[in-house]
Design a protein around this ligand. Structure first.
Ligand SMILES: Cc1cc2nc3c(=O)[nH]c(=O)nc-3n(C[C@H](O)[C@H](O)[C@H](O)COP(=O)(O)OP(=O)(O)OC[C@H]3O[C@@H](n4cnc5c(N)ncnc54)[C@H](O)[C@@H]3O)c2cc1C
Length: 397
């Protein structure tokens, strides 16, 4: 494992740090750790921020130059995320497009699909949502039932998706649909690019525990999608989806700890200024231990990320770290939110826009949001199954 950054990487870090110090808008600074993408106006503001980042050359830096990136290594990508966390800058809003669909299109898309979509992903001109989950297809995703029937040069879609984050603000969605119902479960699925403004799509917001509606039910009623929008081969969309999911679960391993660090730094600042029983919460021996344990956990995640990174950079394949780090990250995320709740005390329950909500209600929001960390991108139970069966060699039953 090599912990040293090259001179060139150090220079890149300083360049990014300087640029961020001068460029992060005051109204967005410090709001990334408990960010909501439910409100249209806020999402538009974040689109603008992604455009600013893109103009400065900081979006998709690890994408090859022919697709609009810098062709930088994943090390630069990590440095960029670390510096964004340090500057309390929000991440690019088009996350599904940048980290999931973009790499999938580069691997499986046609030149026409790449030319049509990749540049607009980078600039956030078109925001993407992920239409995979259905009422009876979550952990068991291959059970999906949304049908797509070929009619000349078009597919006609009928069915329902659920938990579709940002569908209400998305311009496009990447959907999994069943194109051959007679085939075995994992066959007969296709990966389709769907214009979210197509007639026949209705979107119903789902109110979350946070009180906001960032995700939605999406109903598809005779929605016509050009056959040219299939990514990869018809009926072989499961393999394409595995690429997308690998990017969601595995490559993010290296940077997952960064979001925790942002929240941790804020927690330390909160503990230093919050008075409890005549002294600051930071002076409370039990809370100190708890915060120290969280800092150690964050560091463990970082080192484990570096370990898998080293393996990949030296030509190896990603190991089981994707599942371990996702599982561990979600636990630490929830512990951190609980520690903040304890530091604040009863006022931790007060939500924005109440003037009594500490830190403008961001901790209350974060504590509720963290409940979903053990569900999205693979539930904790499923990840334990993967670790038990594929790493520890435990029997399936
Ligand atoms: C914040 C958030 C954002 C999301 N965004 C999107 C999105 O944009 N697009 C999208 O397509 N989906 C999205 N999802 C959906 C997410 O992928 C699913 O919630 C997840 O895959 C779990 O599926 P499910 O909710 O149907 O639960 P189920 O699969 O029905 O699971 C219910 C419970 O049973 C347990 N369980 C299921 N099978 C097993 C098993 N074999 N062994 C042990 N336990 C098991 C699960 O762990 C869970 O506790 C999002 C979810 C969240 C929380």
């Amino acid at each position: 494992m090599d912990f040293d950054f090259t001179d060139e990487q150090q220079r890149f870090r300083l360049e990014v740090r300087e640029w961020l110090a001068a460029s992060v808008p005051a109204d967005l600074r410090g709001r990334g750790f408990a960010a909501s993408r439910a409100d249209r106006e806020h999402v538009d503001r974040l689109r603008q921020w992604q455009r600013t980042l893109h103009s400065a050359g900081y979006v998709g830096i690890d994408w090859p130059p022919e697709y609009g990136g810098r062709g930088a290594s994943i090390m630069e990508q990590i440095i960029l995320y670390e510096e964004m966390s340090r500057a309390e800058a929000p991440q690019p809003v088009n996350r599904g497009g940048l980290s999931m669909l973009g790499p999938t299109l580069m691997k499986h898309g046609t030149p026409a699909q790449q030319a049509r979509h990749l540049a607009r992903i980078l600039t956030a001109e078109e925001i993407w949502c992920q239409g995979f989950s259905e009422p009876n297809a979550g952990s068991d995703l291959a059970n999906l039932q949304t049908r797509a029937v070929l009619d000349g040069d078009w597919y006609v879609l009928a069915g329902q998706k659920v938990w579709t984050s940002m569908a209400h603000v998305a311009d496009w969605g990447f959907f999994l649909v069943r194109t051959d119902p007679a085939a075995p479960k994992h066959k007969g699925i296709s990966f389709l690019l769907v214009d979210m403004k197509s007639p026949g799509i209705s979107i119903r917001p789902l109110r979350q525990i946070t009180g906001e509606a960032e995700f939605n039910e999406v109903f598809l009623d005779s929605v016509r999608v050009p056959a040219a929008n299939v990514v990869g081969t018809m009926n072989e969309g499961w393999g394409v989806a595995l690429t997308t999911l690998a990017y969601e679960r595995d490559l993010l391993t290296m940077i997952r700890h960064i979001s925790l660090r942002t929240a941790l730094e804020r927690l330390v600042a909160l503990a230093r200024r919050t008075k409890k029983n005549g002294h600051t919460a930071a002076a409370d021996p039990v809370l100190r231990q708890r915060i120290a344990a969280l800092a150690i956990a964050e560091r463990c995640l970082q080192l484990s990320g570096y370990r898998s990174l080293t393996r990949i950079l030296t030509g190896g394949a990603p190991g089981p770290e994707g599942s371990t780090s996702k599982l561990f990250w979600s636990q630490v995320d929830q512990d951190l939110a609980e520690a903040a709740t304890e530091v604040i005390g009863p006022y931790s329950q007060v939500a924005a826009p109440s003037p009594w909500a500490p830190d403008e209600g961001q901790w209350e929001f974060y504590a509720l949001l963290a409940r979903g960390s053990g569900i999205r991108a693979g539930t904790s139970e499923i990840l334990r199954n993967i670790l038990g069966e594929r790493v520890l060699g435990l029997p399936k039953d």
